[in-house]
Each structure stands twice: as C-alpha cells, then as structure tokens.
Design a protein around this ligand. Structure first.
Ligand code: ZN
Length: 304
C-alpha cells in the first residue's frame, strides 16, 4: 500500500487524447495504469458539434465502466493536436477544420463537472515520458515526435514549458538546412520540411519505411542538429524521441542523431546529452494526457 492509499484512495484522471484522426479516452490510475480505454475514429469533415458528440460518446463509455467498478476521476487531463490557447481553453487541431477556436476546456468542464487541464499532445508526451517513460527521474529534457510531422515538448527544472501562447515546443521549425526545402510555416529548411515522413516521401517518392540507409542517416543527423541547439539553449541532459519515422528507423537513426549531438555539444560544464527512443509506446498519448492532469493537481488548482 502506498502513502496515497493510506491517506484515502485518490481518484483517477480521465485522460483524453485529441488526435487528427481519432479521439481516445481512458481512466488512468494514480500509478499510471490504463484502467479502461475507449477510442473512436473521427471524420475530418465533421462540424464542431458532431466532433464534440463523438468525443462525449467515447468519454461516456469510459465513465460508465468507471462507475461499474467503483472508480471516479478527480480531474480531466487533455493532450491535443494543436494549435491551442493556454490550458487548451480553445483548440484548433490542424486536421480537424470543424474545430477552430473550439472552447474545449469549458465544454468538457460543463459536461463533466470536473476541473480540466490541457496541453499540446507533444507537451503531454514530455510529461508522460518524464513520469513513466524514458525520461523518468530526469528534470531537464525534451521529448519529440518524428512522424508525418515533427513536434516537441520541453521540461526544464521539472516544469513543462508552455510559452506565451501555450504552444511551446515547435522544434520542427528549427532551421537545420539553411535555404533548404520550403516549410508549411513559410520558412525554408525547417526540421519538419527536411526530416518528417512527409518530407522524406516527397524527396524520395517512397514512404519513410522504405528509406535507404543514407536517408535514415541523414534524418538522424538533422534531428540531432536541431536537438543540439535546443540542448545548448536550455541546458538539457536528455532527448527522447517518439514517432513512427524515428522508431521505425531505429538504431542507425539514433546513432546518427547521437553523433551529431556529440559534435555540437561541448559547452563547458554542461552534461553530455543523450538522445534515446521514447519508452511508452502506444500508450504514450493517454499516459501523457493523464500526466497533464496530475501535474495540474500537484501544482495548484486549475483555474476553473
Ligand atoms: Zn517550418
């Protein structure tokens, strides 16, 4: 029995993952167990209320199970595709045009009668990896995703960086190839425009899964280059990397990224930073969303 149990069994977090093509919700116990998980695919063409109804249906299935087994949630933790405003008050997931400045936090709060804490999916990933994944016990690290796009989240001195608009962590828009490929953000040579699965497919005519060893090595090097700048800026000791492209490439990718990191990180007094695969696998989005909820509970009452 833990101290928390002895003090009275704490409630769980209702964790919600808002992706571009699916919604997922879970009841997550204080030790990170996914007690029950439900998901639904979403149609990108749905309007705002249809999307919300889909989300509510997923949540209701989770809560129905929770009720049957005598558990309850004391906070809602949300990880969502961005952009958003602080604490997911308004969300505008790029792949869901029906939600533009959708008041997700208030709508969930009204519906559920619980405090709601929210963050970007990549920020949630960072908190989740720091709680139970490859960055457990580390106070200064970054987590990033290298898949169809590239994004990240940063934890400094044990605290997630939110930023002025709530969207901190856009490592995908570090310039790694000056004058390089055009990026959707309007710049050129961004990491996302050079190393994402979308970019690799555009450059090679094949999916990232079929990339040649030279492309795997190049992608690792460019990711390592961006990570090196972030590490030097924020004095980080670790970068954990998730996403289908990075994890699919595996060891040759991580070796190239580490070599590039080593080549660019020599600041006096700084620790030798390490880049390694993320540890939470498929459960990362919901564990991360739960971590967003736990962090809000442990720091202060979210302003509901
Ligand atoms: Zn860009």
């Amino acid at each position: 029995m833990t101290d928390a149990d002895a003090a009275g069994v704490p409630g769980c977090v209702l964790a919600i993952d808002i992706g571009g093509s699916k919604f997922a919700a879970a009841l997550v116990s204080p030790d990170g167990e996914l007690v029950t998980v439900h998901k639904s695919s979403v149609d990108a063409g749905d309007d705002a209320e249809t999307l919300f109804a889909t989300l509510v249906a997923v949540i209701d299935r989770v809560l129905a199970y929770a009720s049957r087994v005598g558990l309850s949630a004391e906070i809602v933790g949300v990880g969502t595709a961005g952009p958003l405003t602080p604490n997911a008050a308004l969300v505008s997931p790029l792949n869901l045009p029906g939600w533009r400045d959708f008041p997700l936090r208030d709508r969930l709060g009204e519906r559920l009668g619980l405090p709601v804490a929210g963050a970007l999916d990549t920020q949630a990933l960072a908190l989740g990896e720091g709680w139970l994944g490859a960055a457990a016990g580390v106070k200064n690290f970054m987590a990033m995703v290298v898949s169809t796009g590239v994004g990240g989240g940063f934890v400094v001195d044990g605290e997630l960086l939110h930023g002025a608009s709530g969207n901190a962590g856009h490592i995908g828009h570090f310039v790694v190839v000056p004058g390089g490929r055009s990026c959707a953000c309007g710049s050129r040579g961004c990491l996302e425009a050079e190393a994402s699965g979308t970019a690799i497919a555009a450059m090679t005519g094949r999916s990232a899964a079929q990339a040649a060893p030279s492309m795997v090595e190049r992608t690792g090097r460019l990711v390592g280059r961006a990570v090196a700048s972030a590490v030097n800026l924020l004095d980080l000791e670790l970068a954990v990397v998730a996403g289908s492209v990075a994890l699919g490439f595996g060891e040759p990718f991580f070796a190239a990224a580490q070599a590039e990191l080593d080549a660019h990180c020599h600041l006096a007094g700084a620790v030798r930073p390490v880049i390694r695969p993320a540890g939470l696998g498929a459960s990362a989005p919901l564990i991360g969303a739960a971590a967003v909820g736990w962090q809000a509970l442990s720091s202060e009452s979210p302003d509901t």
